[in-house]
Design a protein around this ligand. Structure first.
Ligand SMILES: Nc1ncnc2c1ncn2[C@@H]1O[C@H](COP(=O)(O)OP(=O)(O)OP(=O)(O)O)[C@@H](O)[C@H]1O
Ligand SMILES: [Mg+2]
Length: 427
């Protein structure tokens, strides 16, 4: 049986934490069988290594290995993607098509984000798992296939079952063996190891000297909870490698790069390679991404503040507070007042002037009443244009493959899917 160290080297897996070792050992152990495996763990913990190991260590290793991201395929087409369809089965089905379960015969299918499968697909999946039988969409002919299933999820499946979104029988069928990937915050001892690996990789990739952490920065990193796990650490190191001028980073500098919310300015991941296209990967675009995320954070803060202001009641603001409100909620972000008006004396954005709150026909601050602040508007048009442009580029680069494009953009496939709709990029 493959030993753990050589497995880690082969797959580029860093870390020695006991729960990580247990997960990898379990994968090696079950690999030669056909048992279904469910990989559980938070986002970014490295779940995708497990099906690769299981396939690579099994008798199926020379047969197809297919990754299906269940959350990224639209509900209307997922049955046809997985099981194929007959010619004429639905509008646009101009020819018969094989599905992944037919193509992967003899091999392994990795069902990522399995919790996102629609219920009607879950029925088909249960059948193929239990009997190896399936039917193409629009066909009544039963076909056989021999596929090993590894599934992964970062959502609580028991909640999904409780809410009626996931079939309990399918869950127990998928979960014959469960492998849990530990979150990075539990693996304190692995954090610096992972940091160094990524720092070396990105230094080489961007042809820059390696970024070294001071002891207090290592300490800081080890205390940080990493909600985005290893993916977040990887993206952090990449950003710092590209953006940071000084090649030694202390805790104060480091803190500037670590978000205080989970809304990360994630940049890239994939096979230790980061973004592979230098044109796409310009520093400017990385900065745009950071800007988008900062802008989102700011909008969230503004919404929160407006809620707090609303709840505080009227006539309850000092002059200094009114000034601040006026300064933060510019006319573009819709400061409104239902009785007397709350607005700027001077709207010229280029010319700085202390904003003033005035009420209609009266310059007296204390007359300001009934302040109502609406939701802040979303990103400005130019930021949206840039975001759209980035998405188009990523889709072009990956020839329309949304999973790759999402990975490159550092966003979830679901978010990408939503944005494709939002920007009408569906063709
Ligand atoms: N132990 C590790 N050593 C080196 N790199 C790792 C390790 N674990 C994870 N990574 C890297 O972190 C990134 C995220 O891992 P992966 O894509 O497997 O996350 P995931 O658990 O599938 O997350 P999600 O639920 O969001 O899909 C990848 O680039 C992966 O190569
Ligand atoms: Mg994944």
């Amino acid at each position: 049986m493959t030993d753990l160290q050589s497995l880690k080297t082969r797959f580029g897996i860093i870390g020695n934490y006991p729960a990580l070792n247990r997960a990898l050992e379990k994968a090696i152990q079950v690999a030669p069988t056909d048992i279904s495996v469910l990989v559980m763990g938070e986002s970014g913990v490295g779940k995708e290594f497990i099906p690769k190991i299981i396939h690579g260590e099994s008798r199926r290793k020379h047969q197809p290995y297919i990754v299906v991201n269940c959350g990224a395929i639209p509900e209307g087409t997922i049955d046809s993607e997985l099981f194929g369809h007959e010619k004429g089965a639905f509008t646009g089905a101009t020819s018969t098509r094989k599905g992944y379960f037919e193509v992967a015969d003899g091999g392994t299918i990795f069902l990522d984000e399995v919790g996102e499968l629609p219920l009607q697909t879950q029925v088909r999946l249960l059948r193929v798992l239990e009997s190896g039988e399936f039917m193409k969409v629009g066909s009544s002919q039963i076909q056989k296939t021999d596929v090993r299933i590894v599934a992964a999820t970062n959502v609580n499946m028991l909640n999904a079952i409780h809410d009626g979104r996931f079939r309990e029988d399918l869950y127990y069928r998928l979960n014959t063996v469960q492998i849990d990937m530990p979150p990075l915050r539990e693996r304190k001892g692995d954090i610096h190891l992972l940091y160094r690996k990524f720092a070396v990789d990105f230094a080489e990739k961007y042809r820059m000297p390696e970024l070294v952490l001071t002891d207090d920065a290592v300490n800081y990193l080890e205390k940080y909870p990493f909600p985005g796990n290893i993916r977040q650490l990887r993206n952090l190191v990449e950003q710092m490698t590209v953006v940071e001028q000084n090649r030694t980073v202390n805790s104060v500098k480091l803190a500037e790069y670590i978000p205080t919310t989970t809304n990360l300015p994630a940049v890239v991941q994939k096979n230790g390679a980061g973004i592979s296209n230098s044109e796409f990967n310009s520093e400017r675009e990385i900065m745009y991404k950071i800007l988008f995320d900062m802008r989102n954070d700011l909008n969230d803060l503004k919404s929160l503040t407006s809620e707090l202001i609303k709840n505080r009641g009227n006539n309850d603001f000092s002059n200094q507070e009114k000034n601040l409100i006026n300064r933060v909620f510019t006319p573009e972000t819709q400061v409104q007042n239902s009785g007397s008006l709350l607005y700027f004396e001077n709207n010229n954005a280029n010319q700085y002037q202390n904003p003033t709150i005035i009420s209609e026909g009266n310059d007296d601050y204390d007359d300001v009443e009934d302040i109502e602040i609406e939701e802040t508007k979303p990103d400005s048009l130019s930021l949206q244009n840039n975001e759209r442009e980035l998405i188009v580029k990523a889709l072009e680069k990956h020839k329309g493959r949304r999973n790759k494009a999402a990975e490159e953009l550092g966003i979830s496939q679901r978010t990408l899917y939503r944005k494709i709709k939002q920007y009408n990029l569906e063709d």
